[in-house]
Design a protein around this ligand. Sequence first.
Ligand SMILES: [Zn+2]
Length: 149
Amino acid sequence: MTKIDTERFVADAMLGKLVTYMRMAGYDVLYAPDEDAVGDDEVARLADETGRVLVTRDVELSEQTGGVLIKSKQVEGKLQELIDAGLSFDLTETEPERCSVCNGTLTETDVSDEDVPDDIERAWRCEDCGKVYWKGSHWDNVRRTFESV
Ligand SMILES: [Zn+2]
């Protein structure tokens, strides 16, 4: 299997939770339903027109587009399949880069301006939707999920 050498992906409708994990790891991932791409042809066209690799559960679509086929049902298995395809998931040294809701770019913000827990020293804000992120319990949970794979 050839390794994927890109940070830019499209994920199809069955993979919403995986999209969140990929964005938290810093990958630039469009979620097809958010882009109004529903049918197979639309999803394939979206990947083609945006120059992205498709991540899909559909065998034919993965063959047709040269995308990554995801077979596992559990998120750990899905992550393992992406790792096998050449992606890496490690939050130990990573800072939040991508909004897991809208895929916007995060920039560091002043914690004193934000509504974050008292013990949080750094926070990041989405340039597109304004959601604020910090490395709290959710981040740690995801980091542990990555480490378990
Ligand atoms: Zn956002």
